[in-house]
Design a binder for this molecule. Structure first.
Ligand SMILES: C[S@@+](CC[C@H](N)C(=O)[O-])C[C@H]1O[C@@H](n2cnc3c(N)ncnc32)[C@H](O)[C@@H]1O
Length: 220
């Protein structure tokens, strides 16, 4: 079982999660700063919640998701499996992905594919679980006096971990911040803006970043 079977589980997850309205979608809008005349790709669009918010800002958006049950809930959308993006070169002004990069094993190829389909000077934006959070073994611990602290786990090394979802598991791939930015740079993406955001509903240690937002611009 994989994301192609987890559409029902994901719909239940986001239906009950107020963080989409209060944290996730605002972070994407802030980091993407969509242009009203722009055409964007939403990579791993799910049922389209974020996509609708970007469209409301005046942009045009095409969704892409491997789960055809989710993809058909929003329009226009394509069914396809990242890192491959089934559109022609330089077709869009930008691409973005929300809570998707950490589920992809090959983001090297994703950065290359987005650099192919986005026009020169266009943008790529991501909102993702912060690498501090995805490192295998990272978790809150308490010291002898009950103060919550953060255990970094295997932060420095690429790795993966799985969490239970429905009758299956969702895999989170971990890369350090340095690895993530170096991979993007290797495909021609210049970092323009980065935001690290805490989210105190889910991280007991106030200074540990929960979400990461990045915007890159494609070098000519
Ligand atoms: C955590 S959900 C996020 C959905 C959406 N971006 C949102 O924020 O509401 C991850 C999404 O990525 C999609 N996905 C996972 N791996 C994918 C792949 N290799 N190609 C395309 N979509 C994928 C899943 O089907 C799912 O819709």
């Amino acid at each position: 079982m994989s994301w192609s079977d987890l559409g029902g589980w994901w719909l239940e997850e986001i239906a009950g999660d107020p963080a989409y309205e209060t944290v996730v979608t605002p972070l994407l809008l802030e980091i993407l700063a969509p242009e009203s005349s722009g055409v964007y790709l939403d990579l791993g669009c799910g049922e389209g919640r974020v996509m609708r918010a970007v469209i409301e800002s005046g942009s045009r958006v095409i969704g892409l998701d491997l789960n055809h049950h989710l993809a058909r809930l929003t329009t226009p959308s394509l069914v396809g499996r990242l890192p491959t993006i089934p559109i022609a070169d330089s077709m869009v002004d930008g691409a973005y992905a929300v809570l998707v990069l950490e589920h992809l094993a090959d983001i090297d190829e994703l950065f290359a594919e987005t650099a192919r389909v986005v026009r020169s000077g266009g943008v790529m934006a991501v909102v993702m679980n912060h690498p501090m959070w995805t490192a295998p073994g990272s978790m809150p611990v308490t010291d002898g006096e009950g103060e919550p602290l953060w255990r970094p786990g295997a932060y420095m090394d690429p790795g993966s971990s799985a969490v239970d979802a429905a009758d299956s598991q969702v895999v989170f791939h971990h890369r350090s911040l340095a690895d993530l930015l170096t991979l993007a740079a290797g495909a021609g993406w210049a970092l323009e803006h980065m935001i690290e955001r805490t989210h105190q509903d889910t991280v007991e240690v106030p200074e540990v970043p929960r979400l990461l937002g990045c915007r890159w611009r494609l070098l000519p």
